[in-house]
Design a protein around this ligand. Structure first.
Ligand SMILES: *Cc1c(COP(=O)(O)O)cnc(C)c1O
Length: 405
């Protein structure tokens, strides 16, 4: 396949990436999503929108984020040189702000006064609350009561940033119910509100829009890497939850002779409920308004999922990843909790960078490839910093004394 005009061809006008994607919406939501799509197609390609987003990235987010060569870690492992795209250095500590600022700016241009979203672990909620505060918009975050207790610091952050956190008390009181609740609120308020999805998932146009807002990661990284080394990396990799940080990095390299690897969470192992490896084990199905690979039972209900990284435990995956898997442009693999924890400690001890547990999955793949000597150079998307994870890691895994300097 020729990838020269790839982002102009995919998705098609119906929001399809091959057999995946689309928009499966209740009739009450169709108008709202159409309005977002039309606004995005016109406003987002205007010079004033693009210039304003550039200014925000530079002055508020701290972009461009650097590419960093992990010399000590690489030398310890063998010959392969590992590089990081430092998305952990984004304001708020992860790549999520890249699309939240885009969504906030779109809302502003559309004349909306409120951002509505759900959040599971609270990372998307915090990034969106940050964007809302920046743009002077109201922010309403729906969150299951179970998650509110588990993720208390993020709830506090959202409130300090001025967001209204709506507790969801039905069903299992976690992410799925929070999505239902946020959809319901959006249905009632779509005239003055906009729904903001937190990854390359959901109904069209979100998988496309969030990818486009994240593409800055790969465009910067490709240029920075070439500038540093004079060539392209052998491989690039990123962790895949919904898949936004991965699409951000991958898109800029699709036409290059570079091996691209998406890393899924294998959690405690391959049994149902022990992982969230949706591409590895999923089958085609529909969840949350889009068609993709889905971990599902015989009746099409989503199966329970688990990962040590709460940003990765989603039973489906962005439709574009399912498509890139189908056409074999991207390789999808997985790493376990244990491998991710090892990578977490290694980067902390040998490079002075504490990575998010999500990002540790991508790094764990690079470490495995370096040990196996199957690449000369790998560029890893370090999607976020690990401050949020230190209490959990210390409680269950200690502080990494086994990793001697
Ligand atoms: C949310 C999150 C992820 C997973 O989301 P994607 O859409 O798959 O990128 C990965 N890393 C970090 C740090 C996150 O906060």
């Amino acid at each position: 396949m020729d990838f020269t005009n790839y982002t102009k061809i995919y998705p098609d006008i119906a929001g399809r990436f091959g057999q995946y994607g689309g928009a499966f919406l209740p009739p009450e939501l169709v108008d709202g999503f159409k309005e977002i799509e039309q606004a995005y197609m016109t406003i987002a390609h205007s010079a004033s929108f693009i210039n304003e987003l550039r200014r925000i990235r530079r002055e508020f987010q701290g972009r461009p984020t650097p590419v960093y060569h992990c010399e000590r870690l690489s030398n310890r492992l063998g010959r392969c040189q590992i590089y990081l795209k430092r998305e952990d250095l984004n304001h708020t500590g992860a790549h999520k702000l890249n699309h939240c600022m885009g969504e906030g700016l779109l809302a502003k241009y559309m004349g909306k006064k409120r951002l509505i979203a759900e959040t599971g672990a609270g990372q998307h909620g915090v990034a969106l609350a940050t964007a809302a505060a920046f743009f002077g918009l109201e922010c309403e975050i729906h969150m299951g009561e179970v998650d509110i207790i588990k993720q208390a610091p993020n709830v506090t952050r959202m409130k300090i940033l001025g967001a209204k956190v709506v507790p969801v008390s039905h069903g299992l009181k976690t992410l799925k119910e929070a999505v239902d609740s946020a959809f319901e609120s959006y249905m009632k308020n779509y005239k003055d509100s906009i729904y903001c999805i937190g990854s390359v998932v959901g109904p069209h146009p979100f998988p496309m829009m969030v990818r486009d807002f994240q593409m800055v990661v790969g465009i910067e990284a490709r240029e920075q890497y070439m500038e540093m080394t004079g060539e392209l990396p052998d491989q690039i990799c990123a962790c895949v939850g919904g898949g936004s940080n991965a699409m951000g990095l991958f898109t800029a390299f699709l036409k290059d002779p570079v091996k691209i690897v998406g890393v899924e969470p294998m959690g405690r192992g391959p049994n149902v409920g022990d992982n969230a490896a949706s591409i590895t084990f999923g089958k085609k199905g529909i969840l949350h308004g889009f068609e993709s690979l889905l971990l599902q039972d015989d009746k099409g209900n989503p199966l329970p999922v688990y990962s040590i990284a709460s940003g990765l435990d989603y039973p489906s995956v962005g439709p574009e990843h399912a498509f890139l898997h189908d056409i074999e442009r991207v390789d999808y693999t997985s790493v376990t909790d244990k491998e991710a924890i090892e990578a977490f400690f290694m980067l902390s001890r040998y490079e002075g960078i504490i990575p998010a547990l999500e990002s540790s999955h991508a790094l764990a793949y690079a470490i495995k490839a370096a040990r196996a000597n199957t690449a000369n150079s790998i560029l890893v998307n370090l999607s976020g910093r690990g401050d949020k994870d230190i209490d959990y890691v210390e409680k269950y895994y200690g502080t990494g004394e086994d990793y001697k300097i």
